[in-house]
Design a protein around this ligand. Structure first.
Ligand code: SF4
Ligand code: SF4
Length: 408
């Protein structure tokens, strides 16, 4: 598992420390074990047999946000993501995966019906909790989520809502919508906007029913088996749908489908991955449109997995400039501190990282902050709610929808 390719990558690190200047976790903690250079030293020690597979090692690896910044600025071109992912896979292979995630991954992620039922029960309980600002709530009935401002679960997941979708007469093209878990179960308003906008452009959208989680939670903990199973199902489902393009509105899912799937499944899935587009990238490349400029001040937050992970920063800005009064915030590509596994394990640190972002949003004078990732939206809503800020967070596609299909 610790291949030659992996060892070569470790050797590339010149120990210059440039990654320290950009790593959001290192900036907050100042700990060498929590930055790319330090973790690469740990990889080297593991390779030499100086350290072993332990929970402490896993802790250091999981304190990485996987924001991909360090790989991009590294003067030696180290593929840090590959190094750390290989180590996580190797750790899982040697000392296993924690019991709770193992149960969740093996039972719920690959079986949509059971997952739906569990969330349905949770959504009934959440009705006992009053909604506060902009529709967020203080707690879900999960103890581990206590203290956060989080949105409620949707009454009907996207995959159920768009089960029997209407077809469009003489569509210009047919696209498949990869929904992703957060949009499916929580931010269904993003899916509504994606479908409204694409239908307005005379594009038929299908929402293939068999699609599953992209696999990133399992992959993050080194559960390669589950990640591979999920990838295989998703590729097969979209191949069967016979679509021209595969659209998504989640930066993390999009990066996983584009970049991780070929790594997990090999070159045979390049045909699938090459069809995958972020919704803003797709619109700017394939759609001609006019807008009715809205008088709302909008700022934009670059999700790490769009900006660094897919090199997408211009399309969302072009859309926002044509849709509303665009106001750039300070360092818009600075991390918001969100991120699935990291956020759950290091909530206090993630809030600390996000403080800069929340201040930049408020300083921009915007009424709305748009972004391209439901995970970032979750984090930003929590940060803004904790400050009682009046700024709302939304997805870029929703701002566009309001500019081309303004409410009556
Ligand atoms: S990972 Fe790259 S930036 Fe960081 S110390 Fe090594 S060579 Fe320098
Ligand atoms: S991926 Fe992000 S959090 Fe992880 S070491 Fe690199 S810069 Fe730091």
């Amino acid at each position: 598992m610790l291949t030659k390719e992996w060892q070569t990558e470790i050797h590339k690190c010149a120990k210059c420390g440039k990654c320290r200047s950009i790593c959001p976790v290192f900036i907050e903690t100042g700990k060498e074990s929590m930055v790319a250079r330090g973790r690469i030293s740990l990889a080297d020690a593991l390779r030499n047999g100086e350290i072993f597979h332990t929970e402490l090692l896993r802790e250091y690896l999981l304190s990485c946000k996987k924001c991909l910044r360090c790989s991009h600025i590294c003067p030696s071109g180290v593929d840090y993501d590959f190094i750390i992912q290989t180590m996580l896979d190797d750790l899982a292979n040697n000392i296993g995966i924690w019991l709770i995630p193992r149960i969740v991954f093996s039972i719920f992620l690959t079986r949509r019906g059971i997952f739906n039922l569990l969330l349905k029960i949770a959504s009934v309980f959440q009705r006992l909790v009053p909604l506060k600002r902009h529709g967020t709530m203080r707690h879900l009935p999960f103890m581990f989520m206590g203290g956060r401002w989080i949105p409620p679960l949707a009454k009907k997941p996207v995959l159920k809502k768009y089960r029997g979708m209407k077809t469009i007469k003489h569509p210009k093209m047919k696209v498949g919508f990869y929904v992703g878990c957060l949009i499916n179960y929580v931010y269904t308003d993003i899916a509504d906007a994606v479908i409204d906008v694409l239908n307005h452009f005379e594009i038929e959208v299908v929402v293939p029913q068999g699609q599953l989680c992209c696999g990133i939670p399992a992959r993050s903990l080194g559960d390669v088996k589950t990640a591979r199973r999920l990838a295989e199902v998703n590729v097969a489902v979209f191949e069967k749908a016979g679509v021209d393009f595969i659209i998504n509105a989640c930066a993390t899912c999009g990066r996983t489908l584009k970049k991780d799937y070929p790594r997990i499944l090999g070159e045979q899935c390049l045909k699938f991955s090459n069809k995958v587009y972020d919704i803003t990238e797709f619109i700017e490349q394939y759609c001609n449109y006019t807008t009715k400029l809205q008088n709302t001040r909008v700022a934009y937050h670059d999700p790490c997995h769009l900006y660094w992970g897919q090199n997408i920063s211009k399309p969302p800005r072009d859309i926002l400039r044509r849709s509303a009064v665009f106001q750039e915030m300070e360092n818009p590509e600075r991390c918001c501190g969100g991120g699935g596994v990291f956020n759950l394990l290091h909530y206090d640190l993630s809030k600390k990282i996000g403080e800069y972002k929340a201040t930049a949003i408020e300083k921009s004078g915007a009424e709305i902050v748009a972004t391209g990732c439901p995970g970032c939206r979750l984090q930003i809503e929590d940060l803004l709610a904790a400050r009682n800020s009046p700024v709302k967070c939304t997805h870029t596609i929703q701002v566009l929808r309001d500019a081309i299909l303004p409410p009556p």
